[in-house]
Design a protein around this ligand. Structure first.
Ligand SMILES: *Cc1c(COP(=O)(O)O)cnc(C)c1O
Length: 858
């Protein structure tokens, strides 16, 4: 028989056909490949115009339309005079922006972060930390400072959230198609061979492709290990953000810190200041130490002196449990080869990551960061204090409030988060260059002169857009999933632009207390079902896939939202991301935040709301602790009444209901025959006038320069001068001082002759003298001796009250006498003692060399 069917398997060749843009349209591609368009509404309008449908369906991705245009469509665009004029205008703006020379005065910065929230289409962020880092890069561009950033290009990024009919969160990880993203691959000099970064791990090498994101004038480099050169074991390093096990986390942090610095070296980039955005990036110090030790032949201590002098660590977590810890075995597996190369022992190395070097604590990334950075900070005033408490065990002998750990309150990038309507209004009324003066209240004060009607209409337009978005974006999905189209439609149609709409969007971590509002359902029912004063709530947020409690909370809220009395009054919007955030924080009337104090380190979504005249109702925690002004929003008191959390929750919930019933709802609906409430609009104006200017990213960046970067760059330059002369001298001084420290002896402590002294009793106004005689032994360094007063607080913790320096009055060989004559100033029960610390003019602060000797007064 004749064989009538026969075929071999096809062998397919991949063809990537990119649209060949005509010369006239090449500029489109150039603009698309610079995220400047993300915060330039004009540029977005241009891309939207090419194809409104594609713009919507790609969540606003400018790459896809230009890639998918057929030759005819391109010809049509080129023939469209209006379009071409718009392109000319946007391109001219872009060029003008890009051509401004960078600020050559302010120090340059290398910035490392695990995540960056720049635009929704680049899924390399999960939440607040990433959005903050993304906003920071955008402001670095606007402020035109010299900053280069490093992070990861995740294949799967963070998950998108969908909800099962039962309300169970489903986490979907979707692969990103790198060819459809506004990124560029970095090539070797030949322009053809992809650059491959080689990072030595213990015993093998990990290879990464390198991508670049143009964030206006700033370059963000992203590492990508998902390439065939790597083993199946290493390819997933950059698959997921905060996914995988501890070992993968270790491999990621190794790559970010060590690989990131190697990349900068490879690209010939060196900076004045190195900034770790969270402890994840702390291993950047490891490679920088290696560079000094192996590259320049410096001894370890001198290298550490130089690394510290140019490094800053920003902590975003208020609780120790939120930090990364690695056990010794895992640390050894990956960094076991490091101490030998640095010329120190394993014990010395691991001690850099321990509060108590002689213990067998796990290696803490934050402690390592603190030990290798001269400066450290929290992200709000309150969080700065919390961080001092949290880090106090690292520097024994000092009180938390004495630590050098400072703060910079987080801010948000105004051009990203203020809606186009508001930006137009600001430009028109505050002046064309208002962005340059965005941190001044005087700029924003002009809002007070605008008619209330203008403010209200601007707000309502954005609110309507939000409602429209919810109806179109969620409608279809919900109808498909609910099996009950009528109900879904009535819920969607029931979203009422005339209702007081309250938004709540954040990660569903338990401490954020999303459940607070649901403490008393009967009372809530009365609030949302008042026919004269309609109130609606929009909830949104993801829970970490490993956080069962958070997922339970989502389910709980979803169940409540389905009860007949809450149907259409409480609505849960799935998949909170930057795109939804930008619509939500601008379109609601109130943004609500109810964390357990002091667990919200800063929070930034409420700041985004401020840029849009949306009022905050929030616990006095994080940024709101500083930001709240009477008559410009609402605050839940910062007093903690109950130690028991459930009682505290009840009380806080009652406060929210009270505020809503007695203040917020009446104010909102006090219409006096107008379509809006004058009192409400005045509150909006106040919040824009008095709060918004202080929470912009520009203010935050200025703070980093003023409080940290400039200081670091100056000291670092001084230490480097003259072949590291001062670094070397300081190292030598530290070594000899540390070696001789214990040879110092207290000869005597004499107190004033007063007999009353012995009774420990004083009266205000009593004068006395303290005289300390020391034999410094082998110690040659200068000392500071001070009298410390402390007091026990209600929890029995010792609090710093005051310190007064003793004066060196006599020196005779190794014998030194210090004296202080003082008056008892305040009444009360004090604890008093003397403290001795070494002193050197080149120390940036005492925690830099924390030798402490306490001396009892008797
Ligand atoms: C701004 C933002 C956050 C951070 O807001 P918090 O107030 O810190 O909760 C989180 N997720 C998204 C998508 C954001 O845009």
């Amino acid at each position: 028989m004749i064989v009538t069917k026969r075929a071999n398997d096809p062998v397919w060749t991949n063809i990537y056909a990119y649209a060949q843009l005509p010369a006239e349209l090449r500029r489109l591609d150039e603009i698309a490949h610079n995220l400047w368009w993300v915060w330039t509404p004009k540029a977005q309008n241009l891309f939207r115009r090419i194809s409104p449908e594609l713009w919507e369906s790609t969540e606003g991705n400018p790459i896809t339309p230009t890639r998918l245009l057929s030759a005819e469509e391109m010809a049509a665009l080129v023939a469209d005079k209006d379009f071409m004029a718009q392109l000319d205008e946007v391109y001219a703006d872009f060029q003008a922006y890009m051509n401004e020379p960078a600020d050559a005065v302010r120090p340059s910065v290398a910035y490392f972060s695990m995540e960056y929230g720049l635009t929704n289409i680049l899924k390399i962020y999960s939440g607040g930390l990433g959005v903050l880092a993304g906003d920071y890069l955008k402001e670095a561009s606007d402020s035109n400072v010299r900053l280069t950033a490093v992070g990861f290009l995740y294949r799967y990024g963070y998950f998108t959230q969908s909800l099962s009919p039962e309300g169970q969160q489903q986490a979907n990880y979707e692969a990103q198609d790198f060819t459809q993203l506004p990124i560029e691959q970095i090539f070797e000099e030949d322009g053809q061979t992809p650059l491959i970064l080689e990072v030595p791990y213990a015993g093998h090498t990990v290879y990464s492709h390198v991508w670049k994101v143009n964030v206006g004038r700033i370059s963000l480099y992203l590492l990508d290990t998902d390439i065939p050169q790597n083993s199946e074991w290493d390819r997933p390093i950059t698959h997921q953000l905060y996914g995988g096990d501890w070992e993968n986390r270790m491999k990621q942090e190794y790559l970010l810190g060590i690989g990131g610095v190697l990349l900068l070296n490879r690209l010939g980039i060196s900076k004045d200041v190195y900034h770790m955005n969270e402890g994840h990036a702390a291993f950047m110090s490891v490679q920088r130490l290696l560079d000094y030790v192996e590259g320049e032949g410096l001894p370890f201590d001198e290298a550490l002196e130089l690394v510290r002098a140019s490094s800053i660590y920003t902590c975003h977590t208020p609780v120790p449990a939120g930090h990364d810890y690695f056990d010794e075995e895992l640390l050894g597996k990956y960094l076991g080869h490091i101490p030998g190369r640095l010329g120190i022992s394993w014990h010395d190395f691991i001690s850099l990551g321990r509060e108590n070097p002689e213990s067998n604590e796990k290696f803490s990334m934050s402690v390592f960061a603190l030990n290798t950075c001269q400066e450290a900070n929290g992200v709000s005033l309150l969080h700065g204090r919390v961080s001092q408490e949290m880090f106090a065990p690292v520097w024994k002998g000092f009180f938390p409030e004495e630590l050098h750990v400072g703060y910079v309150t987080n801010g948000v990038h105004l051009p990203t988060w203020a809606s186009a309507e508001w930006q137009e209004l600001y430009t028109k009324h505050f002046g064309k260059d208002f962005l340059k003066k965005q941190t001044e209240e005087a700029t924003w004060a002009k809002i007070q002169q605008l008619p209330n009607e203008t403010i209200w209409e601007t707000h309502q337009a954005i609110k309507l857009r939000l409602i429209e978005h919810i109806r179109t974006f969620y409608g279809e999905k919900w109808i498909r999933n609910s099996g009950n189209p009528e109900t879904t439609v009535s819920v969607l149609e029931g979203i009422n632009p005339n209702a007081l709409i309250i938004g709540f969007g954040r990660r569903f971590a338990t401490y954020k207390r999303a459940h607070l509002l649901f403490t008393d359902l009967e009372r809530l029912e009365r609030i949302v079902n008042n026919p004269k004063y309609p109130v609606q709530f929009l909830f949104t947020g993801k829970a970490h896939p490993a956080d069962g409690g958070g997922q339970g909370l989502i389910k709980h809220i979803l169940e409540i939202s389905r009860l007949p009395q809450f149907l259409g009054k409480i609505i849960f919007l799935e998949n909170y991301d930057m795109r939804l955030a930008s619509k939500l924080i601008a379109g609601v009337d109130i943004w609500m935040n109810t964390p357990t104090r002091p667990l919200e380190a800063s929070g930034t979504s409420g700041e985004k709301a401020e840029m849009n005249g949306v009022l905050n109702l929030s616990v006095l925690d994080g940024w709101w602790y500083e930001g709240y002004r009477k008559g410009a929003g609402w605050a839940l008191t910062d007093k903690r009444t109950f130690a028991d959390q459930s009682l505290q929750d009840k009380l806080d919930a009652t406060t929210i209901y009270d505020l809503l019933e007695k203040e917020i709802v009446p104010l909102y609906f006090q219409r006096d025959g107008k379509p809006y409430s004058d009192g409400w609009v005045q509150t909006m104006k106040n919040s824009m006038n008095f709060i918004a200017p202080h929470y912009t990213m520009r203010r935050m960046m200025d703070d980093y320069y003023e409080r940290f970067y400039t200081k670091l760059a100056e000291r670092s330059a001084r230490l480097h001068a003259d072949s590291n002369r001062i670094a070397r001298e300081l190292t030598e001084w530290k070594r000899t001082t540390a070696e001789a420290w214990d040879s110092m002896q207290v000869v005597s402590v004499e107190c004033s002759e007063s007999a009353a002294y012995m009774s420990n009793e004083r009266h205000t106004g009593d004068e006395e003298t303290v005289r300390l005689v020391l034999d410094k032994g082998a110690l040659t360094s200068d000392l500071e001796v001070e009298l410390i007063d402390a007091r026990e607080d209600a929890q029995g913790r010792l609090r710093f009250v005051a310190k007064t320096a003793l004066t060196l009055v006599e020196r005779n060989g190794s014998r030194e006498v210090y004296e202080l004559r003082f008056k008892q100033a305040r009444p009360g029960h004090y604890k008093r003692a003397l403290r001795i610390v070494p002193s050197h003019p080149e120390l940036p602060h005492r925690m830099d060399f924390a030798l402490v000797r306490w001396v009892a007064l008797q």
